[in-house]
Design a protein around this ligand. Sequence first.
Ligand SMILES: Cc1ncc(COP(=O)(O)O)c(C=O)c1O
Length: 361
Amino acid sequence: MPLVPAFIESLRPYEAGRTVESVRRQYGLSHIAKLASNENPLGASPQAIEALTRTLGGLNFYPNGGLDLREVLAAEYDVKVENVIAGSGSEGIMSNIIRAFLGDEDEVLTTEAAFIGFQVLARSRGVTYRTVPYRDWHYDLPALAEAINPNTKIVYLANPNNPTGTIFTRQQFDDFYKHVPERVLIILDEAYFEYAKDDPRYPDSMHYRYDNVITLRTFSKIYGLAGVRIGYGFAHEELIRNLLKVKLPFEPSTPAQAAGIGALADREFLHRSLELNARGLRCLSEGIAGMGLQVVPSHANFVMVVLSSEQEADRTFEELLARGVIVRPLKAFGLPRCLRVSTGTDEDTRLCLEAFRKLEH
Ligand SMILES: Cc1ncc(COP(=O)(O)O)c(C=O)c1O
């Protein structure tokens, strides 16, 4: 089809994971553990739901472009509103970053098998996309620094990383940053920030605001609002000012913005979610590793399991599915022998470990 550029033709559309309903129907099971998308198993923050519900009477009015949420975030983080952007999920903001800052000759640099959402967005821009291999399932920051060339425009770093769950430390980031020219924009994707923030080695990027760093965060994970599409970012006001030029004027939606504001105030939900996640991570990691499988130690709300081959990963995925446990195959990310398992409720964890135990070896 001559109308479609080759770099679009060669992409594969994002495939959402299996739904609970379709697995229930296929296997006739009563309880399904959906552990495929790093969602919050407790549902959404109650204060977010309440705030969202209050907006329903005003759906006939256009949104204000995220201004209310930006003001709340600016006050919360002690920055100017000009340093804050809100969007339709952090992916919405990522998409705007790619549109605003990448020229045709620019290059993107990141790790191998980076978060698939970023891969899809960057590749769809048709620019050169370069990667550096993981080192023991961590970003190899020294190798990334080495790989920066005169065309590198964006370096994408997720911390904690999806799909490995690993973090890079404050010291590692400081060493890396010394080698990054000012003309290179670093995207620090902190979608899983809340799960890692209490680790003293974790570099909370709000503590050092460099002019060429944009921090992205989301309400999709710990706040349980993935279905609403609301995320935010912090950066130098010149970067934000230009992002605001390319973003859809009315994103985020009014209910999404209100849900975000409600969620930020919901400390109790955050606390409960963190507790459940810590328990789930521990049980899943120890339980699966105890069966002789390789589990990568995680700082997020999921663990990555490394199988011996792609066939073994496919077989494990299918066998878990047949027992009502939906996990995430990582072939599309670029890791065909790995699976990602999100934390769930205590009942989900029990079901998941039981299904792993019954795998045919
Ligand atoms: C590293 C990372 N960044 C961003 C996102 C997307 O977040 P949002 O739902 O805010 O677009 C995810 C979701 O899985 C993620 O893992």
